[in-house]
Design a protein around this ligand. Structure first.
Ligand code: COA
Length: 328
């Protein structure tokens, strides 16, 4: 029986830090408001030369190194992003070239913040079917290029970054690796969060903010409510599917969109807060990069030990949402 194991993780965050105090200087907002409403303290902003492919390649190299797998051994690169470098070719192809993955197929998927869980789900199918051995799944975003820096209700939330995992086939009857993934969409809710038109390169930004059509528009309050409901439902489904109860979960790695959303879901799931990995205070919402960055940090911090049962959960524009259970 083929299992899909996570063999390595990596992440990359741009150097530039934008704090809440920096935002206070340019917007009618305060550190106190942002911190208490969202849990965010600072976020990273990509440099002029840093597009999604650049961030992704850094994260990918680290993931390959930790998996001890060469780029040439990769069968597929799945890049999850809603801020591609250009409309085409896919940003995944730029990453493929950059890391020298000479034998892989490469493509992008767009499920916004849910992208990484969608990407894992695709990788799972290729690996469990026996078709491929090594799949690189990356989440990479330059959200700073598509936020309206004059809109205080959205620009405070987002940041840039990339995270990656290498998934590898293992033949065993032991339940390990990605046990299951559960993904959903509801296009009726597409107007909750949207960018009417966007390209993720620096030149679309202006000194005073991005042109309106390139910006994230969001109904924050309505998104908050539906996010809590959908993520709670899908987590319960994922646990039930695997015959697990809440006590069996060792670590929850949630999408880092808003600390209050995470708290509300965890409260409903009745999982102790100590079991939840949080890094939103450092990076804000890095969209598809959020979960792989958090997994990599949790791993490097020693929070993921062999046998650890991890629940990941996400919600994003679309509306899209999902969860997955991983046994390390
Ligand atoms: N600083 C200060 N005040 C702000 C502000 C800011 N950055 N942003 C909004 N406000 C104000 C609003 O203008 C409003 O003022 P009013 O009462 O005078 O009209 C007040 O704060 C409350 O706004 P509201 O939108 O009701 O706040 P909220 O508690 O819902 O928090 C969000 C706003 C955006 C933080 C919250 O709705 C949220 O995080 N939603 C989910 C968004 C998300 O995560 N999306 C991505 C999902 S992947």
């Amino acid at each position: 029986m083929f299992r899909a194991e996570i063999a390595g993780t990596g992440s990359y965050l741009p150097e530039k830090i934008l704090t809440n105090f920096d935002l206070e200087k340019q917007l009618d907002t305060s550190d106190e408001w942002i911190r208490t409403r969202t849990g965010i303290v600072e976020r990273r902003i990509a440099g002029k030369e840093e597009s999604s492919s650049v961030l992704a390649a850094h994260a990918a190299r680290k993931a390959l190194e930790s998996a001890k797998i060469k780029a040439e051994e990769l069968d597929i690169i799945i890049l999850c992003t809603s801020t591609p470098d250009v409309l085409f070719p896919s940003t995944a192809c730029f990453v493929q070239k950059e890391i020298g993955a000479t034998h892989s197929a490469a493509f992008d998927i767009s499920a916004v913040c849910s992208g990484f869980v969608y990407g894992l789900s695709i990788a799972e199918q290729y690996i469990k079917s026996g078709r491929y051995r090594h799949v690189l799944v990356i989440g990479s975003e330059v959200n700073s290029r598509i936020v309206d820096w004059t809109d205080r209700s959205t620009c405070i939330l987002f940041g840039d970054g990339a995270g990656a995992v290498v998934m590898t086939r293992k033949e065993t009857t032991e339940p390990c690796g990605l046990l299951s993934s559960h993904i959903y969409s509801d296009g009726n809710l597409s107007s909750l969060i949207e960018v009417p038109k966007a390209i993720g390169r620096a030149e679309v930004s202006t000194e005073n903010g991005n042109p309106e059509k390139f910006c994230i528009k969001m109904s924050g309050n309505a998104t908050f409510k539906v996010a809590v409901k959908r993520m709670t439902e899908v987590c319960l489904e994922a646990l039930e599917y695997n015959g697990l109860c809440r006590e069996d979960v060792d670590l929850v790695v949630p999408h880092q969109a808003n600390k209050r959303i995470i708290d509300a879901v965890i409260k409903r799931l009745q999982i102790p807060f100590e079991k939840v990995f949080i890094n939103i205070h450092k990076y804000g919402n890095t969209s598809a990069a959020s979960i792989p960055i958090a997994i990599d940090e949790a791993k490097r911090a020693g929070r993921i030990q062999p046998g650890c049962r991890m629940l990941i959960m996400v919600v994003g524009a679309g509306l899209t949402w999902g969860a997955a259970v991983i046994r390390w």
